[in-house]
Design a binder for this molecule. Structure first.
Ligand code: NAP
Length: 545
């Protein structure tokens, strides 16, 4: 209800003020629709608002992530580094929000508690934690694939009396600046060695009295290779904006890399080594995304690269016992997102850094002054939980979303999401999950793919308005075919063997375990080709009324 007691009525509610949400809000507004945006933060930024831990930065080339600059929304934007840091990223999203003038549509510091589809009225009733009720024709989530932070549930975790926080909730002072950046004289534990932990560890190592890295499974990490961008670099990049955007649209992930057309077995061992050296030395994701085309399909091809990277780890880490513990044995190279690191392995050469192998001795419990590991107390003053996120569906699971006949989304997706184009689910009419499960934008350079998706959804809503349709949802057949193909194609990749954040693992009451992919692996160009074909064929596969 608004203050007058009647519901606020808008055409669309957009949940999220990150890079995708603000662009969706802008597009709808520009096309004459009324929009209410909602975000729990006190300003725009999404992932760049929340993740302020030291070392946080893009692992995508800034200019390739920069959809708002590339498309002329903020043409004068100047990146200072090849891979921009969090503070710069947040300024960038703010500049884009200013240019698009979207803040006026948003309720900040507000959460969506529930969204229920009212079948008679063909509208969504959305309840906010401010007590307000909103009625909207369209309910669009842009909550991001990695926004629902995940804390472990070890015994005694609340008993710890020192400082403890999740990486995405780093303490801030009254001005919003990071607090607790200096760990001088402190004993600090970091739990988790995913992309986040790998960025945090070398920075905290510089000031901590003692740093204990609590590692369950290591990851394959490779050098980021960040460098400053000069004015000349930026001038050149600006002249190439149209080319950059067109180029990233042609690659599978919208990162500026294409796979090498060869299979690993087609070249000699010397050539492979020389090729891997070049990839390792080049900045960014090249080693993962422009290596041999069968990297994620052939075990042999994967092993060649894994062996190469393992040799690099052994060269960079002085203590060979530590080096062995840092080499993954549980998953193929690149079957989880490869953390891009800066001096990560060198951190273990410092005397104040200690690798604690949780596989050798697991965490028993947390106590007032530390963690008991393998029966022994590790006393610490600070614990940083770099334990990741409930990926892709986690943020939606935290909203009480109910479709037709009160059907709950969390139940409809209990055995894994079922969607059409990763955008809509049957019986949840007019609900669109941008960058949601099974959608070609989640496993992608979100800065670009999320925006392209927002453009597509806008076109679909305009089509509906032009044709006088008020509701859309997938047909049963279209949804079944899309979902089946997603699960089938994923199983063919080596990624199916891991428990990365894009796999939903459900433990069933009968003791069985269901593992379902949350992402589409067909690549951005194929995804968009399908979307364009669907649109051209009058939104084939959608039922509109
Ligand atoms: P993550 O990759 O899911 O890693 C979580 C880490 O916490 C893993 O090492 C995991 O160990 C550990 N962990 C979780 N629960 C645990 C428990 N109960 N006990 C012990 N260890 C536990 O999460 P993330 O590092 O936050 O990264 C998530 C994604 O965010 C990345 O894949 C990437 O897509 C994105 N990201 C991007 C950037 C960037 O550079 N732009 C930076 C950070 C993150 P196990 O492996 O054993 O489960």
């Amino acid at each position: 209800m608004s203050e007058s007691g009647t519901p606020i009525v808008v055409d669309a509610v957009v949940v999220g003020a990150g890079v995708t949400g603000i662009y969706q809000t802008y597009l709808l507004d520009r096309n004459g629709m009324s929009v209410l945006g909602v975000d729990a933060a006190d300003d725009v930024g999404g992932t760049w608002y929340w993740n302020r831990y030291p070392g946080c930065r893009l692992d995508t080339e800034s200019y390739a992530y920069g959809y708002f600059a590339l498309t002329g929304i903020i043409p004068d934007w100047k990146w200072s580094e090849r891979f921009a840091g969090q503070a710069e990223m947040l300024r960038y999203v703010n500049a884009a929000a200013d240019a698009m003038d979207v803040r006026r549509h948003y309720r900040f510091k507000t959460r969506v508690l529930s969204a229920h589809f009212l079948d008679d009225e063909k509208r969504w009733q959305i309840t906010l934690d401010s007590g307000e009720i909103v009625h909207a024709r369209f309910f669009i989530s842009a909550t991001g694939p990695l926004s629902a932070s995940k804390m472990p549930d070890y015994k005694g975790i609340d008993l710890f009396k020192g400082e403890a926080f999740h990486s995405s909730r780093w303490p801030r002072d009254d001005q919003g600046n990071l607090a607790g950046m200096n760990f001088a004289g402190k004993r600090v534990a970091v739990l988790g060695t995913g992309a986040t932990g790998v960025q945090i560890i070398p920075i905290v190592a510089e000031t901590a009295g003692e740093l204990f890295v609590l590692q369950r499974n290591p990851n394959w990490c490779t050098p980021l290779g960040n460098t400053p961008l000069s004015d000349e670099d930026m001038n050149l990049i600006r002249t190439r904006y149209p080319t950059i955007l067109e180029y990233v649209k042609t690659t599978d992930t919208a990162f500026p890399y294409h796979r090498d057309p060869r299979k690993a077995s087609q070249v000699s061992a010397e050539e492979r080594e020389e090729f891997f050296e070049r990839l390792y030395d080049q900045p960014g994701y090249g080693i993962w995304l422009s290596g041999f085309r069968d990297l994620l399909l052939s075990r042999e091809s994967n092993q060649f690269l894994a062996d190469f990277v393992a040799r690099k780890i052994r060269q960079r880490v002085k203590d060979q016992e530590v080096a062995e513990k840092l080499i993954p044995t549980d998953h193929p190279f690149g079957s989880k997102r490869v953390p891009m690191e800066t001096n990560y392995y060198e951190a273990y050469n410092r005397e104040n850094v200690h690798l604690v192998d949780l596989k050798a001795a697991p965490i028993d419990e947390f106590v007032e002054n530390g963690v008991i590991i393998g029966g022994e107390l590790l006393e610490v003053d600070v614990i940083i939980f770099a334990t990741g996120f409930d990926g892709v569906t986690g943020s939606l699971d935290r909203i009480d979303i109910r479709g037709r006949d009160g059907q709950r989304l969390i139940e409809a997706w209990a055995d894994g999401p079922t969607t059409y184009l990763g955008l809509q689910t049957r019986n949840f009419p007019n609900f669109f999950a941008l960058v949601g499960p099974h959608n070609g934008s989640a496993f992608c350079n979100v800065g670009v793919c999320g925006a392209l998706q927002a453009e597509w959804v806008t076109q679909m809503l305009l089509y509906m308005a032009a044709r006088g349709f008020v509701v859309a949802e997938p047909t049963e057949e279209a949804e079944a075919a899309w979902t089946e193909a997603i699960y089938r194609d994923f199983e063919r990749t080596l990624m199916a063997e891991t428990n990365a954040w894009w796999i939903k693992v459900t433990h069933k009451p009968d003791g069985s375990v269901v593992r379902r992919t949350l992402v589409y692996v067909g690549g951005g160009p194929e995804y968009r080709r399908r979307c364009e074909q669907v649109a051209y064929c009058d939104y084939e596969g959608f039922e509109m009324a």
